[in-house]
Design a protein around this ligand. Structure first.
Ligand code: SF4
Length: 795
């Protein structure tokens, strides 16, 4: 991997934000620098960094050599993560919009305004959160909404990035989260990437595999992709498929395994049942037989799959040959490519199914593994249950038993938790962007740690529209003036990363902890404090939901048996609020065998993967390979035990789902596919990384990747500004011919990190029927040359 991608050395950050190489600690490091551990603030890999602080400021960052995840490596983003704190335009005061202008106000007034909005119409008040919330913050937000406000109106931006992975795990194993772990990457013989570009999006993980090859190990890398990426450059096989046709490819592999008899009959007979979908689709589907499954697959011959997908029949046979071999260990990787898909649940099911059918499951290196984009999408969203239907620990509001358990743990009166799920993200923002009299029953959204003004699909309709409707009120807690902040009615400045205590949960079930190391700037305050302060204000205003059944405040935090008034910021740090919230939350984790250790164990460790179970000697043991008896303490009956089986017989489900065309395809009017995504240097909407000078300079603006053939046909030159239009919106951006990535003719790619080029004006909000995750990977657009002039015409 290139030096720009991963680096193992240290980086010292000068006062002016200029980075310079620095020696390792103990080897001449300035003695007044204090080092402490934290997970990286950016992606779901969850690399650990050592953070060096001097004079109240983060001055250096190093890869943590004692961390299993990254073994001292960092990517170019992690290497510069300390600078994310020091952009020149940090938000430092609460701001209220008056006469169209954001003006400073005090915290007391700001908290009172939030509470009044909730008080005046609790049913229309929603929280929109994030996989960047820490675990305690997400837990507090979930409790505020589900135990307090009682409307279940909370959903996270992770709905946009991995909810199809959640529904895929639930429909296959009856419980969410991956079975394997990153060690699969050290043990696999074949790594198959399904629409995934880990060389840019999860570079430290990808380097684990690439390094094995450089040490002389044989690892076959296969890239199933819709465009050539940096990942393709490392792969022995790059198989290009037409957007949306991955279902046909998975069915083609399964068909050959069944037809040739090369599937693992013993594994299937012992550990699997078959399912097909119902109309409307459900997570349980309906039973089907192996014979019926075989019949359904019969039409997915290699030649038909080639006709649908564009992947050559011989390559479909090659993939089926690999899965048919028992002597190989095969790991599949995926992320947004499979999840941001109107058939996202279905393709997740099918990839799990190929692994189950072929017995490539439950051994190190044999695993279907989904990755997450955000640092705590797994920890805060999936485990804490900050989705509109979720409760902590994998419980759901629609299940009476689950509600009862949650009411018991929260000491709530019976019936307090509302059985009706809140609105999923697209629905929530649609209702916020619709006048009340036309069904827009959400009138206030409190956004925390995310930037929907840039990241929602079809932003013209789902976000911008609300700003013109009287009575709608947008509250945003954030650290920089993002597109969302600039549209807000009330802005709350937040502390970030090592300016507060925190915990994240990464893609391999690893819970990680860190302590506050520096003060936040100005009046910026922790998100958990903001949530508790609003809850307390509501309590004081007489909102009944803010008390438990004994009349105690919902966030009753005690020290030495005495309540600490943590809602008063002067007292917020009198006690470790994170520890108290986490200890309360971890009571939920036993229901679905997602057991967590006490907080103090995470203080010592570089993260622990759940289930974490106490041993007879009092130590706590993490689990690497779930459902496998050799490692998982809950798998006791057989070599593999799917103990949350949908069919209640310890078996997983192999599904059949047919290929179906996408909701929108190129036509004569809009002849190109548009695919959107990320780049190595920038994370998410770029609100942090675009403020890091080194990253901003390395990738200063968005672009449109186009094939040389299309450019020639349109008469467009490299760097020329063009207008991209969909049926929903238009934008201008420069063309990059065969640049970072290379799409095939007929497809263009645009990253979404650049707020000056809002590509989500063009994307589609069509979503998967079960996961409700929108499809950002394909919609129809046209490209036209911009008449002579400057950028700006299409805004
Ligand atoms: S951005 Fe991701 S891969 Fe890079 S250092 Fe951070 S956690 Fe690791």
């Amino acid at each position: 991997m290139g030096a720009a991608t991963v680096a193992a050395s240290r980086l010292a950050l000068g006062k002016d934000g200029v980075a310079a190489a620095q020696a390792a600690p103990g080897a001449g490091t300035a003695s007044d620098v204090v080092w402490n551990k934290a997970p990286c603030r950016f992606c779901g890999t969850g690399c650990h960094v050592q953070v060096g602080v001097r004079g109240g400021r983060v001055v250096a960052v190093a890869g943590d050599q004692s961390a299993d995840v990254n073994k001292g490596l960092l990517c170019v983003k992690g290497y510069h993560v300390g600078l994310a704190l020091y952009g020149r335009d940090r938000l430092t005061k609460p701001l209220l919009r008056r006469n169209g202008k954001l003006e400073p106000i005090g915290w007391d007034e700001a908290i009172a305004i939030v509470a009044r909005r909730a008080m005046q119409n609790p049913a229309g008040f929603a929280l929109y959160g994030s996989g960047q919330w820490t675990i305690p913050e997400g837990y507090a937000a979930n409790k505020l909404v589900k135990a307090g406000l009682g409307n279940n109106q909370i959903d996270p931006n992770a709905r946009l990035c991995m909810s199809s992975a959640v529904t895929g795990f639930l429909s296959t194993y009856g419980v969410d989260e991956p079975a394997g772990c990153y060690e699969d990457l050290d043990r696999c013989d074949v790594l198959l990437m399904w629409g995934n570009n880990p060389a840019e999006m999860h570079p430290v993980l990808f380097s684990r595999v690439v390094d094995r090859r450089s040490r002389g190990e044989q690892v076959l890398l296969i890239d199933l992709t819709t465009r050539r990426t940096r990942t393709s450059a490392f792969c022995q096989h790059t198989l290009y498929f037409k957007p949306n046709t991955d279902l046909a490819i998975a069915n083609g592999i399964a068909h050959l395994l069944v037809e040739r008899g090369t599937f693992d009959r013993a594994f299937v007979d012992r550990f699997c049942n078959f399912r097909k979908r119902t109309e409307p689709p459900t997570l349980e589907g309906q039973p089907t037989s192996f014979e019926e499954y075989k019949t359904e697959l019969a039409e997915y011959t290699p030649e038909r799959v080639e006709a649908i997908s564009g992947v050559a029949a011989k390559d479909i046979r090659m993939l089926a040959d690999l899965f048919g071999r028992r002597d190989l260990r095969i790991t599949s990787l995926w992320c947004m490519g499979m999840n941001q898909h109107t058939r996202g649940t279905a393709i997740n099911d099918l990839v799990h199914g190929v692994h189950l059918l072929s017995g490539h499951f439950g051994k190190p290196g044999d695993a279907p593994t989904s990755l997450t984009g955000q640092p705590s999408a797994c920890g805060t969203v999936r485990e804490v249950g900050t989705l509109a239907h979720g409760l902590p620990g994998g419980l759901v509001v629609t299940n009476a038993e689950h509600r009862k358990e949650a009411e018991h743990l929260w000491n709530l009166p019976e019936g307090r938790i509302n059985p009706k799920p809140g609105y999923h993200t697209v629905d929530l923002w649609k209702r916020f962007s619709t006048p009340k009299e036309q069904g827009g029953d959400i009138d206030t959204i409190w956004v925390m740690v995310t930037n929907p003004g840039q990241s929602l699909p079809n932003t013209n309709e789902l976000f911008d529209a609300s700003r013109k409707i009287p009575g709608k009120f947008l509250i945003v807690s954030d650290v920089y003036p993002t597109a969302t902040v600039r549209a807000a009615d009330l802005v709350l400045p937040s502390a970030m990363w090592v300016e507060k205590n925190g915990m994240f949960g990464n893609s391999e079930r690893r819970t990680q902890q860190w302590f506050k190391m520096v003060e936040p700037p100005g009046e910026a305050r922790d998100d958990a404090w903001q949530i508790i302060a609003v809850a307390r204000k509501l309590h004081d205003m007489g909102f009944a939901g803010m008390k438990d059944k004994d009349g105690r405040f919902l966030f009753d935090i005690r020290k030495g048996g005495k309540e600490v008034p943590v809602w008063d910021y002067k007292h917020y740090h009198d006690v470790n609020v994170d520890e108290q919230l986490f200890e309360e939350y971890r009571e939920f984790s036993r229901f679905k065998h997602k057991d967590l250790a006490p907080y103090r164990e995470y203080v010592k460790a570089r993260g622990l993967r759940w289930p974490v179970v106490e041993q007879p000697d009092g130590s706590w043991r993490e689990t690497r390979f779930r459902f496998a008896r050799f490692d998982d303490p809950y798998a006791t009956k057989d070599e593999i035990q799917f103990y949350h089986s949908v069919t209640k017989d310890d078996r997983a489900l192999i599904w059949f789902h047919p290929y179906e065309p996408p909701p929108e395809s190129p036509d004569a009017e809009y002849p190109f596919w548009l695919c959107t995504g990320r780049v190595l240097e920038h994370w998410h909407t770029g609100s942090l990384t675009m403020r890091i000078p080194q990253l901003q300079r390395a990738m200063p603006q968005s672009y449109l990747e186009m094939s040389r053939e299309d450019a020639r046909r349109l008469g467009v030159g490299d760097g020329e500004v063009v207008i991209l239009e969909s049926r929903r919106g238009a934008l201008e951006l420069p063309v990059w011919i065969e640049g970072r990535g290379a799409p095939p003719p007929g497809t263009v790619f645009v990253p979404f990190f650049d707020e000056t080029v809002m590509v989500n004006r063009a994307t589609l909000e069509a979503h998967d029927p079960l996961s409700k995750q929108p499809d950002y990977k394909k919609c129809a657009v046209r490209i036209r040359r911009k008449p002579q002039g400057k950028r700006g015409e299409a805004r």
